[in-house]
Ligand binder design. Structure first.
Ligand code: BEZ
Length: 241
C-alpha cells in the first residue's frame, strides 16, 4: 500500500522532529513510513477495527480513534497528511476548519483523495443495475462519496484560511484482481460498498452483480483484468505565518 502512497509521502517530505497528524491512518502503513522519517506522528481514524490492526502491526506508534470532521487539536502539528480518506467525509468545511486549527502557523496540509469523476464508470454501472432492478429502499442514484472538483476544493481551503501551494487532478486507473471467485469489480464493491452489495434481496444479488459487470465491462475490463477508474485530487496547502 506504500506504493500508492509513495508520491504523497514524498510531497510531505517529513523531517526529523516534526509533529505530523496522519488523518485517516487506516492500518498504519503510511503512519509507519512517516515515523521512519523521524517525525513524531499521531495516526487518527474513525474505524476502531482499522486502528486495532494498526496497533497490532505498529504497537510503538500513537493511534487514536477520531473523526476527520471533529478534530480537536490546537496548533499541535507542523503537517497534516491524509491519503485516500477525505472522499468519505461530506462535511469538507468541518475538516478544513479542524485541520487549519490543528496546524501551527506556517504548517502544511498534504492530501490526496478521490476527485470529480472518480469511479464514474463503476457508479454508472451500479446505477444502471439499480435502475434495471427497480429495487425499493436502496438510495438512488447511488453516490455516497465526496468527489469535489479541484477548483472547488482549492477555493474551500482558501475560504478556511489556507494558501494553496500546489494542486493536481489526474486519472489513475488501477487494476483490481478477481478474488474469491468474484470479478475485480464485484470484489471492489464488496470491499468499499458493502451495504450496497447486501441491499438487494438474496435472490436478486447475483443478477445485480451480472448487470453491473455487463454495463462496466466495455469501460473497465481490459486484457483479462478489471481496472477501477480512479481520479485523484492531490493538494498542498499552507497556513500563513
Ligand atoms: C478511492 O478513490 O480511493 C475510493 C473511492 C471510493 C471508495 C473507496 C475508495
Amino acid at each position: 500500500m506504500i506504493d500508492g502512497g509513495a508520491p504523497l509521502l514524498e510531497l510531505l517530505a517529513a523531517r526529523p522532529g516534526e509533529r505530523v497528524l496522519d488523518l485517516g491512518a487506516g492500518t498504519g502503513t503510511l503512519t509507519r513510513a512517516i515515523a521512519d522519517a523521524g517525525a513524531h506522528v499521531v495516526g487518527i481514524d474513525a474505524s476502531p477495527a482499522m486502528l486495532a490492526e494498526a496497533r497490532r502491526a505498529h504497537p510503538e506508534l500513537d493511534f487514536r480513534v477520531g473523526r476527520g470532521e471533529a478534530l480537536e487539536f490546537e496548533r499541535e502539528f507542523e503537517a497534516v497528511f491524509s491519503n485516500a480518506t477525505l472522499h468519505w467525509i461530506h462535511d469538507a468545511g468541518a475538516v478544513a476548519r479542524g485541520v487549519r486549527r490543528a496546524l501551527v502557523p506556517g504548517g502544511r496540509f498534504v492530501a490526496e483523495f478521490g476527485g470529480h469523476g472518480n469511479v464514474a464508470a463503476v457508479l454508472a454501472a451500479v446505477n444502471h443495475a439499480l435502475d434495471a432492478l427497480a429495487l425499493d429502499g436502496v438510495p438512488h442514484p447511488f453516490s455516497p462519496w465526496y468527489f469535489p472538483r479541484l477548483g472547488a476544493y482549492a477555493s474551500l481551503l482558501e475560504a478556511h484560511g489556507f494558501d494553496v501551494a500546489s494542486a493536481w487532478s489526474f486519472p489513475r486507473p488501477s487494476p483490481m484482481p478477481d478474488r474469491d471467485g468474484q470479478s475485480g469489480i464485484a470484489a471492489w464493491l464488496d470491499v468499499f460498498a458493502r451495504d450496497l452489495v447486501l441491499s438487494p434481496p438474496d435472490e436478486t444479488r447475483g443478477r445485480f452483480t451480472t448487470l453491473v459487470e455487463e454495463h462496466a465491462r466495455p469501460a473497465l475490463f481490459r486484457d483479462g483484468t478489471w481496472w477501477i477508474d480512479y481520479v485523484r485530487l492531490r493538494i498542498v496547502a499552507t497556513v500563513p505565518d
